[in-house]
Design a protein around this ligand. Structure first.
Ligand SMILES: N[C@@H](CCC(=O)N[C@@H](CS)C(=O)NCC(=O)O)C(=O)O
Length: 217
């Protein structure tokens, strides 16, 4: 399998966690500015040019959640990231949507806006994104009460989504210190070996964070 990805990208880290959880072998196709051949392959595979993209036996799989679902179906390992029970799987997919739509999406809005020329910035949209993050953090703090992982005791697809989302969201819009359940969950995610590895592999790229990476994590 080949993974078109960049180590500092949050959605790529989401998939890397799944791969590392099960020690699934794959070949990196590193999307860096001077790798023109890789970029050309990537654009042919997925003209929408959002990464990561997985290629397995001639089949192209895009969208991080779908890649993880695909891995669970076609390359399962000891850690099942989608529960076999359909009701439990629904809850996992719901929490995965929560982290993508209400943490990662506003996070991306803030980060991408900061890369625009000053005259083209969208202050209204950024304020909306910050408000959404505040609401999401508060909801998550209540939801995580008594839970170890996003849906309870088992690590899942939802935790793959949560780890990079909360990691970078706390950099862009810090989580209130009063939200202890969110902070504790974020720390547990950082201590998980699969995510710790992804974070370590991305350390050389921290200067890419346009808002300035804090001296922590
Ligand atoms: N919905 C996509 C989002 C992927 C995404 O936004 N990836 C970012 C990197 S974290 C990207 O491709 N950025 C490049 C761009 O926006 O041009 C998924 O779940 O995989």
């Amino acid at each position: 399998m080949k993974l078109y990805a960049h180590p500092f990208s949050s959605y790529c880290q989401k998939v890397l966690i799944a791969l590392y959880e099960n020690a699934t072998p794959f070949e990196w196709r590193l999307l860096v500015p001077d790798a023109q051949q890789v970029a050309a392959e990537f654009e042919m595979l997925w003209p929408l040019k959002r990464f990561p993209v997985l290629v397995d036996d001639g089949r192209t799989v895009a969208e991080a959640s779908i890649i993880i679902e695909y891995l669970d179906l076609h390359h399962p390992g000891p850690v099942r990231l989608i529960p076999a029970d359909a009701h439990a799987a629904l809850e996992v997919r719901f929490m995965d949507r929560f982290f993508d739509n209400y943490v990662s999406t506003p996070l991306q809005k803030i980060v991408v806006d900061s890369l625009r020329p000053a005259s083209q910035r969208d202050q209204y949209g950024v304020d909306e994104a910050r408000t959404m993050l505040e609401t999401a953090y508060r909801w998550l703090d209540q939801t995580m009460s008594g839970r170890v992982w996003a849906t309870g005791d088992s690590f899942s697809l939802a935790d793959c989504a949560a780890a990079p989302a909360l990691f970078y969201a706390d950099w862009a819009h810090p989580v209130d210190t009063a939200l202890e359940n969110v902070h504790a969950y974020r720390r547990r995610l950082l201590a998980r070996p699969s995510f710790a590895r992804a974070v370590d592999e991305a350390r050389p790229y921290r200067s890419l964070f346009p808002l300035g990476a804090p001296e922590r994590d």
